[in-house]
Design a protein around this ligand. Structure first.
Ligand code: ADP
Ligand code: MG
Length: 383
C-alpha cells in the first residue's frame, strides 16, 4: 500500500532511466577509486573494482548494513537500492527528475539541487543487485569537509507504522522543534592535516541551546571559523528554500542536505602555483590524478589536462569549464587571474521517502528556515 500510494503519481511520469538503461556519461579523467583513496578499504575489491565509499559520513554502510554505498572506479557513487518500497521509490524519484522529456520547471530547477543521476547500475556478476549511479558531489574537492543534515519536522512518512514512528521520535525527540538533525560530519583540521569525524550520536545530543555551537564545529578547522564556507552555504540553502517555496508537488521525509566545502584554506589574490599544484595532484586526501609540471602556465595546464585524454573537452572533474578552469577549489579566470571563490556544495540527497503532494512541504521549509537562522547566527557572532 505504501509503495503504490507513494508512487501513484510518480509512476505516471515517463521514466527514461528504467532498469538496465545506463545514462552513464564518459567521466574520463577521474581518478580510479584506488588511485583516489589509496588502499582499498578492508584490502578488498568489491564488484568490478568498486569499493565502499570511504568518505561517507552517515547512512547505511556497505559491509556493515544490508545495503550501502560504493565508489565506482569512474568516480561516481553507487547507492544500493534499499528493499521495497524505499529503493524503488528513490529510483522513481531520480527517474522522474531526470526524465529526458521532462519540461516541468519544478523538476528542471530541482536538478540543480540534487546529484546528477546516471541511471541504474548492476554488476555483471550479480545483475539483480541494483544501484543508483550518481555524481559524487565531493569529487572536485581535495580535502572535502562533509556534513549530512536531515531536514524536516518528522523523520517518518505518513504511512509508517506506529512502531516506526515511535522509533524515529525516540531517536531525536527535538526533530519537530528544531526541524533538522546532524547525521554525521567530517571536518578537516588544518594543523594536523587530518579529518575529525562525528557520527549520528553527536547530532542527536544537540539541543536548542547547543545546536548553534554544534553546527559551527563543521566550519571550524582548528585555527579559525571558515566564514567563507558559512556564507556560501547560506547562499546555497537560500536557493533550496526558494525552490521549496515555489513547489507544491513533492513532500520529503527523512531526506538530507549534504554540505561540502574545501578544507584547504582559500586565498584572496594570487596563490603561488606551488601551493596549488604539487607534482602530483591529490584528490580527497590521498589520490593521485594528474602530474602538473612546475611553472607551466595555467593555459598549458588546462590544455594538457584536456588534450591528454584525461578529460572530455570542456570538462574538468565533470564540470563545465568553458570560460573558467576550476581546480582545487579555486576558480581560475584567464582574464582576471586568480579569483578566490569559496567552493561549497549543498545538495539534497536520500529520497527513499519522497511522496507526491498538493501543498507546500511545511516541515522541510520549517527546517530550512531554522537551519538558515542558525547559520546566520554563526556568521554574525563570528564577525
Ligand atoms: N551523491 C553523493 N555524493 C557524495 N556522497 C554521497 C552521495 N550520496 C550519498 N553520499 C554519502 O553517503 C551517505 C548516505 O547517503 P544516503 O543517500 O543518505 O543513504 P542512506 O539511505 O543510507 O541514508 C551520505 O551521508 C554521504 O556521506
Ligand atoms: Mg541518509
Amino acid at each position: 500500500m505504501e509503495s503504490s500510494l507513494a508512487l501513484g503519481r510518480l509512476e505516471l511520469t515517463n521514466s527514461s532511466a528504467a532498469v538496465g538503461v545506463s545514462l552513464t556519461p564518459q567521466l574520463s579523467g577521474g581518478p580510479s577509486a584506488i588511485e583516489k583513496y589509496g588502499q582499498r578499504p578492508q584490502g578488498q575489491a568489491h564488484l568490478n573494482g568498486c569499493v565502499p565509499l570511504s568518505h561517507q559520513v552517515a547512512g547505511h554502510k556497505y559491509g556493515v548494513d544490508k545495503v550501502g554505498i560504493l565508489q565506482h572506479p569512474d568516480g561516481t557513487v553507487l547507492k544500493q537500492l534499499q528493499p521495497p518500497p524505499r529503493g524503488p521509490r528513490e529510483m522513481q524519484f531520480y527517474s522522474m527528475v531526470y526524465a529526458e522529456d521532462c519540461c516541468d520547471p519544478c523538476f528542471l530547477e530541482l536538478k540543480n539541487h540534487v546529484p546528477k543521476y546516471y541511471g541504474i547500475w548492476s554488476s555483471p556478476d550479480n545483475p539483480h543487485d541494483l544501484y543508483l549511479k550518481m555524481e559524487d558531489v565531493t569529487r572536485r574537492f581535495i580535502k572535502p569537509c562533509i556534513m549530512d543534515v536531515k531536514l524536516g519536522q518528522q523523520s517518518y512518512n505518513p504511512f509508517a507504522s506506529q512502531e516506526k514512528r515511535e522509533q524515529q521520535i525516540r531517536k531525536y525527540p527535538l526533530m519537530e522543534e528544531i526541524g533538522f538533525l546532524v547525521l554525521g560530519m567530517r571536518v578537516y583540521k588544518l594543523c594536523t592535516d587530518t579529518f575529525e569525524t562525528y557520527d549520528q550520536h553527536y547530532g542527536r545530543r544537540l539541543v536548542k541551546d547547543t545546536i548553534k555551537d554544534g553546527l559551527a564545529k563543521f566550519f571550524y578547522n582548528g585555527v579559525s571559523l571558515r566564514k567563507d564556507a558559512v556564507s556560501a552555504s547560506i547562499f546555497r540553502v537560500r536557493r533550496i528554500l526558494r525552490w521549496f517555496e515555489s513547489q507544491q508537488q513533492l513532500t520529503f521525509y527523512a531526506s538530507s542536505l549534504l554540505f561540502v566545502y574545501e578544507g584547504l584554506p582559500s586565498c584572496s589574490s594570487s596563490p603561488p602555483l606551488s601551493s596549488l599544484f604539487k607534482k602530483e595532484v591529490e584528490y580527497n586526501n590521498n589520490s593521485i590524478q594528474v602530474s602538473v609540471p612546475w611553472g607551466c602556465s595555467l593555459t598549458s595546464i588546462y590544455t594538457n589536462h584536456t588534450e591528454g585524454g584525461h578529460c572530455g573537452k570542456g570538462h574538468l572533474h565533470g564540470n563545465s569549464v568553458d570560460a573558467e578552469t576550476k581546480l582545487k577549489g579555486y576558480v581560475v579566470d584567464e582574464a582576471e587571474g586568480w579569483r578566490s571563490e569559496p567552493e561549497v556544495e549543498v545538495r539534497m540527497i536520500d529520497f527513499a521517502h519522497v511522496f507526491a503532494s498538493e501543498s507546500h512541504d511545511h516541515g522541510y521549509i520549517y527546517g530550512l528556515k531554522h537551519l538558515l537562522m542558525v547559520l546566520e547566527q554563526i556568521l554574525c557572532e563570528a564577525a
